[in-house]
Design a protein around this ligand. Structure first.
Ligand code: LHQ
Length: 263
């Protein structure tokens, strides 16, 4: 039997999603897309999931689209790239809209669409030895999987253009310094740091983190007045959650809060 392209496990509030094609550096194909979509079904529907950790098996996070299948036929009629990108676009929107935090645990190179998938997560933590590569210019393509939208907002237009047009790998430390990722950590500390971050978010007020995601996503398009209105609406909703009462109660009583994550 062939191995699953994506392996998922749910325990202690943490849904761990591992892209599992290490021999192809976890390149994306239809099976990987289906596996991540199935994991997002679990994340959306299972109240036992309070945080998602997305990572790659072996030495890479994800090398982007599998260039040996689905998108290239030597000398033949070229496949429908629009169909392939429709799949990824839908997946990326679901990730951004998921009302729970997603950690990208970048264990190695994140290239092409794989970089986009990582950067679309809420918190990106990377091994110091990992690199981010907008590989597209090397093969005559443009950055996709949200990179042209995310990068200028994250690192500014000048760096985004240089990073994409020169298609040179950026070290995790540089990515952190540029504000492209949350944190670069020593390789031997990576597993422990990812576990600690995931455990912390699994005990967080999940519902309000989902509302934060809505606010941050909308802020990228809203003007100040619209964003203030949205903050007001979402804050009123957050204040209606049991975790608000628990959080304030814990503060007053000088004890740790015990959040349920519920709405
Ligand atoms: C691969 C891949 C790969 C297949 C390594 N595919 N086998 C979506 C859909 C529609 C339209 C187009 O756009 C997209 C989005 C995209 O993502 S397009 C961009 C696709 N990705 C790339 O262009 C990156 C290609 N890979 C690389 O540049 C290098 O492999 C990196 C820099 C990621 C890693 O380099 P190395 O560490 O030197 O590893 P390697 O190149 O030796 O790769 C190891 C193996 O993995 C090798 O196979 P082999 O049989 O020789 O051991 C590679 O062929 C295979 N592999 N990436 N994307």
């Amino acid at each position: 039997m062939s191995q699953a392209a994506v392996v998922t496990s749910l325990a202690d509030g943490i849904l761990r999603v591992t892209i599992n094609r290490p021999e192809r550096l976890n390149a994306l194909n239809e099976a990987v897309w289906r596996g991540i979509m199935a994991a997002l079904d679990i994340a959306e529907q299972d109240a036992g999931c309070r945080v998602v950790v997305l990572t790659g098996a072996g030495r890479a996070f994800c090398a982007g689209q599998d260039l040996s299948s689905e998108v290239y036929v030597k000398g033949g009629p070229q496949p429908d790239l629009g169909l392939v990108l429709d799949r990824y676009n839908g997946m990326l929107l679901r990730m951004r809209r998921l009302p729970k935090p997603i950690i990208a645990a970048v264990n190695g190179v994140a290239a092409g669409g794989g970089a986009g998938v990582a950067l679309a997560c809420d918190l990106v933590i990377a091994k110091r030895s990992a690199t981010f590569l907008q590989a597209f210019a090397k093969i005559g393509l443009i950055p996709d999987c949200a990179s042209t939208w995310l990068l200028p907002r994250m690192i500014g237009d000048a760096r985004a253009r240089g990073h994409a047009m020169l298609a040179e790998p950026i070290k995790a430390e540089q990515a952190e310094a540029w504000g492209m990722i949350w944190k670069a950590v020593d390789d031997d500390q990576f597993d422990a740091e990812v576990a600690a971050l995931a455990e912390r978010l699994a005990m967080a007020p999940t519902h309000s983190l989902g509302l934060q995601k809505q606010a941050f996503l909308a802020s990228l398009d809203n003007d100040l007045a619209a964003q203030l209105d949205l903050e007001k609406r979402l804050q009123i909703e957050a204040a209606g959650s049991p975790d608000y009462l628990e959080g304030v109660g814990a503060f007053i009583e000088k004890r740790p809060a015990n959040f349920t994550g519920k709405a």
